[in-house]
Design a protein around this ligand. Structure first.
Ligand code: ADP
Ligand code: MG
Length: 367
């Protein structure tokens, strides 16, 4: 990890002089990576992208593009491609003219433009569509045109802001793979914005999770999913069974938690620093929880189980979900491979959900 193409150094942004929409942001974008800014609406993702594109100016800090302060690089020299959710195609131009537009404004000769437009159309699987107008294309095809227009001048950096938000689920998933493949084929650096965690996990080399203008965690999809660093990230990415409680004891990363429901303390992994007696939020992924009929003799791990009753079994083809009403209060969702479906207790049975302490993660509660 060296020679980043973009560096955000202490970037801050406020529109009204009061609310800090982006705060003390430090972020390196590595050359050739697919980096996703992921976060809920209003968390500052678009603002961060606009600062990088140069459509907004930071109120603190500096952004370096290829080592140069962005504030001193005029927009036409930035060589950044952009794709927006609303496509922003010119309705009166043909598809070929739309895609060729970034080339004609750069003074590329017409014969070259035609060749490069053809190649870009091929890349997004729209060969033969050049003479049509945007209105004659479906939403998915229009978005492909927008992607082709961002690629055609061979920028080193492409920014995409929720480009698939207007598409239906099936098309969105297909386009996710296409954009990912284009990224791999072209070796271009991508900074991609989405509020959809599944999309971020599917597409990215790294994900920066935003919340209230700050990066909560910057990690690979796998690390982000398996090792969330705080309660916000744990909640925002993937599914969770959550328990509230108080920290009873902690040593060497392991901890004991007195949970609000039920009398037996449970064991887990303490992720953040919390004082003894302090409030904690516990998160357990449904696929890390197992289930068995109550009353079996079990070895070890007394602190890694909770009693309840099995309420529902849901078959989902490749896996099965068991919904358990916990004895104290609340519910647990258990996700097991379909091969284990026949081993599940019957509905209504008294059961135990159980886990290993490394998969039971305790955080400071969300502020
Ligand atoms: P996201 O893309 O994560 O939804 P934004 O960067 O668009 O978040 O917005 C972050 C915050 O900044 C929001 O509270 C939004 O209302 C505010 N904001 C965004 N753009 C402007 C603007 N041009 N003027 C004033 N406030 C803005
Ligand atoms: Mg946005």
């Amino acid at each position: 990890m060296s020679d980043p193409i973009v560096r955000f150094v202490g970037i801050g942004k406020t529109y009204d002089g009061v609310i800090r929409v982006v705060e003390a942001l430090d972020l390196d974008v590595e050359r050739g990576e697919f980096l996703t800014l992921l976060g809920p609406s209003g968390s500052g993702k678009t603002t961060t992208l606009m600062l990088l594109a140069g459509f907004e100016t930071p109120t603190a800090g500096e952004i370096l593009l290829e080592g140069k302060p962005l504030s001193r690089v005029p927009p036409y020299q930035r060589n950044i491609g952009m794709v927006f959710q609303n496509y922003a195609l010119f309705p009166h131009m043909t598809i070929a003219e739309n895609i060729g537009f970034p080339l004609s404004v750069r003074g590329v000769p017409a014969a070259d433009i035609a060749k490069r437009v053809d190649r870009a159309l091929g890349m997004v699987q729209l060969g033969g569509f050049g003479a049509r107008r945007p209105a004659q294309l479906s939403g998915g095809q229009q978005q492909r045109v927008a992607v082709a227009r961002a690629l055609v001048f061979e920028p080193k950096l492409i920014l995409m802001d929720e480009p698939l938000g207007a598409l239906d689920k099936q098309l969105r998933e297909q386009m996710q793979l296409e954009i990912r493949q284009l990224h791999q084929r072209l070796g271009v650096t991508m900074v991609y914005v989405t509020h959809d965690q599944a999309e971020a996990l599917t597409m990215s080399d790294r994900i920066a999770v935003f919340h209230r203008g700050k990066i909560q965690q910057l990690d690979t999809p796998e690390q982000m999913y398996e090792y969330p660093k705080n309660a916000f990230v744990a909640r925002f990415i993937g599914e969770n069974n959550r328990l509230e409680g108080k920290l009873e004891a902690a040593a060497d990363g392991r901890c004991t938690i007195r949970i609000a429901i039920g009398d037996t303390p449970i064991d887990g992994t303490l992720v953040e620093t919390v004082p003894n007696g302090g409030a904690v939020t516990v998160s357990l992924r449904p696929e890390r929880v197992q289930i068995r009929a109550a009353g079996h003799t079990i070895d070890g791990q007394p602190g890694c189980r909770l009693a309840g009753s099995l309420r529902e079994i849901i078959y989902l083809g490749d896996h099965v979900r068991a919904r358990v009403a916990l004895a104290g209060n609340g519910e647990f969702m258990v996700k097991r491979p379909i091969s284990e479906a026949h081993t599940l207790p019957h509905i209504g049975a008294a059961v135990e959900v159980f886990w290993t302490p490394e998969h039971c993660r305790a955080f400071a509660p969300e502020s």
